[in-house]
Write a protein that binds this ligand. Structure first.
Ligand code: ASP
Length: 585
């Protein structure tokens, strides 16, 4: 059994005969003496193969190549002063080998694993086990382990019970597309993979387990982005007899513990709370990055009566106008044109701008906008020489999303984001519903089991808030949850507001509605996005870096080649036939 960690050997261990195992990280042949840096998970020890001591085994040493997996026995010795390597912790010692065994050989690797240069992603994912040998991914995997451990230790120590809930289950209510698994026994029926353990954890509250947690795999068949994977991990939590404040207090203490335990960071402030509305007004986003200012400023009042129709008529139609003020602007005219194209991606009709130089505004708008309005803008926002005012006018949705995105772009362009800053906050009071034009009905912003602010407010769904919350870190949503409905009657009202008929509710969530009839405790919870948290702590912007075996943007696993076609017999057993035109190459 291997018990020695190469990287942890120290000067204290010298003069002992020891055996080390590992991979050939680097080999230098000096003729008669061969030096091999032997790597295991803990680090590197230099092994020295000397013809004098190795005798017949020296031939083996002459033939070993990088990444051969070997076993070496020898005496650990102090290196000569001139041979000390200050770059590695074991740089003062080396193992003088008297025995060498090749445990297995290695072909030449498809890429260099000894530096941190970017490699083609397709190749890196195909040979994931080799990429995982590189320091970057290796360290992230170890960090992932520490983060998991820290979550578990806090929750275990605070009375939470670790559960496992089914992977083959009935469709769950998070609102994304399900991954389906056909049933062989009940042909034509399907399991869904859980989008989250939401209903199971609520049923566990009915079952009397007051504090639940699970590090749970979740599956959502959605279009992928850099920070999203089809299967991902949540730290899922539920508690009985709590209100919103209780859950948020627990979540804040938990995350502080995790950050401290995993990366040694002491977060010593109380997390600020912003309502959804405040976040949108100020940052144009419900997951604001608060590491820099550049707030959205309101111009609706100033522009509502201007003779410039683009503004006044949009405002008359229920629109709003907001602006960002870029201090010490360095954008050229051409660059501002490109910003205009940028905001159009978010549905904005255009980007109006005013430059302030030599104590006056310039730009096309400045020629047409009434002088008193220009003076108001200058005074209200303390516009100074060198500043650029960027304005978007339109529906609140378009204004928030375009200026919210522009705010982030400007921060990047002007390097406004402070490194090594972790800005946590809570966003609360989300709208209960969103109107879906495609479905022609209201849909839940969180999920249908979220408590509305009041029964009365359910009568005006577009104004009704919910008792729900997100935890945000540096512009990413890292957790979200809500206080749940624990009364069947309220649940019924919410289904009604969502346009879900009694029959549909029964069909989809019948077991859950039944459970609500048997003394359901008031309860609430939260789920943390584990992958995203690790991504931020590891300071990478690619979620694939934090998952041992991730999928590509098209949801394939390039290493194992999943998904793949299956045997026709397997399909027949399931009663499934594939339409020819649906087969992709
Ligand atoms: N199940 C929810 C989600 O995945 C989290 C929660 O409400 O606890 O977003």
């Amino acid at each position: 059994m291997k018990i020695i960690n190469n990287g942890n050997l120290t000067i204290e261990d010298i003069n002992q005969e020891i055996t080390v195992y590992g991979w050939v990280n680097k080999r230098r042949d000096m003729g008669g003496v061969i030096f091999v840096d032997l790597r295991d998970l803990s680090g590197i020890i230099q092994t020295v193969f000397n013809r004098k001591f190795l005798k017949d085994d020296f031939k083996i040493a002459e033939n070993i190549k990088n990444e051969y997996c070997i076993k070496v026995t020898g005496t650990l010795q102090k290196r000569n002063e001139s041979e000390i390597n200050k770059n590695i912790p074991t740089g003062k010692i080396e193992l003088i080998a008297n025995n060498l065994t090749v445990l297995s050989e290695s072909e030449t690797l498809p890429f260099n694993i000894y530096d941190d240069k970017e490699i083609d992603e397709q190749i890196a994912l195909k040979y994931r086990y080799l990429d995982l040998r590189r320091d970057k991914l290796k360290n992230i995997m170890i960090l992932r382990h520490k983060v998991n451990k820290a979550f578990r230790s806090y929750l275990d120590n605070n009375g939470f019970i670790d559960f496992e809930t089914p992977i083959l289950c009935k469709s769950t209510p998070e609102g994304a597309r399900d991954y389906l698994v056909p049933s062989r026994i009940k042909k034509g029926s399907f399991y869904a993979l859980p989008q989250s353990p939401q209903l199971f954890k609520q049923v566990l509250m009915v079952a009397g387990f007051e504090k639940y947690y699970q590090i749970a795999k979740c599956f959502r068949d959605e279009d992928l982005r850099a920070d999203r994977q089809p299967e991902f991990t949540q730290v899922d939590i539920e508690m009985s007899f709590v209100n919103q404040e209780d859950v948020l207090r627990m979540a804040e203490a938990l995350i502080k513990h995790v950050v401290k335990d995993s990366v040694g960071l002491n977060v010593d402030y109380d997390f600020p709370h912003l309502t959804y509305f405040e976040a949108m007004e100020k940052f144009g986003s419900d997951k604001p990055d608060t590491r820099f200012g550049l707030h959205l400023n309101d111009l609706t009042e100033e522009l509502k009566n201007t003779s410039m129709n683009v503004f006044s008529s949009a405002i008359k139609d229920g629109g709003i106008a907001k602006c960002l003020i870029v201090k010490n602007n360095k954008y050229s005219r051409n660059e501002i044109d490109r910003l205009t194209e940028f905001v159009k991606i978010y549905g904005a009709k255009g980007l109006a701008w005013l430059k302030y130089d030599n104590d006056e505004f310039s730009g096309i708008i400045a020629k047409n906008l009434e002088q008193d309005i220009q003076t108001n803008i200058k005074n209200k926002f303390n516009v100074e020489n060198g500043d650029l005012v960027l304005i978007v006018c339109g529906s609140p949705k378009v204004v928030y999303s375009s200026l919210g995105a522009l705010r982030l772009k400007i921060a990047e362009d002007f390097n406004l984001i402070l490194d090594n800053t972790y800005n946590f906050l809570f966003v609360t009071d989300f709208p209960m519903f969103e109107y879906s034009k495609t479905e022609n009905r209201y849909v839940s912003t969180h999920h249908p089991f979220t408590m509305p602010e009041s029964l009365d407010k359910l009568k005006t769904p577009n104004q009704c808030l919910s008792v729900s919350y997100d935890m945000v870190l540096n512009g990413y949503e890292i957790g979200g949850g809500s206080i749940r409905i624990h009364e069947e009657k309220i649940q019924g009202h919410v289904f009604k507001a969502l346009g879900i008929s009694d029959e549909e509710a029964e069909l989809k969530f019948g077991f859950f509605i039944d459970a609500l009839k048997y003394g359901t405790p008031p309860h609430g919870g939260i789920a943390f996005g584990l992958d995203r948290i690790i991504m931020l702590l590891a300071k990478t912007d690619n979620i694939k870096d934090v998952i041992a075996f991730p999928k590509t943007q098209s949801a394939t696993d390039l290493m194992s080649d999943a998904p793949n076609e299956v045997d026709i017999n397997q399909l027949e057993e399931l009663g499934i036939s594939i339409m020819k035109e649906d087969i992709c190459d």
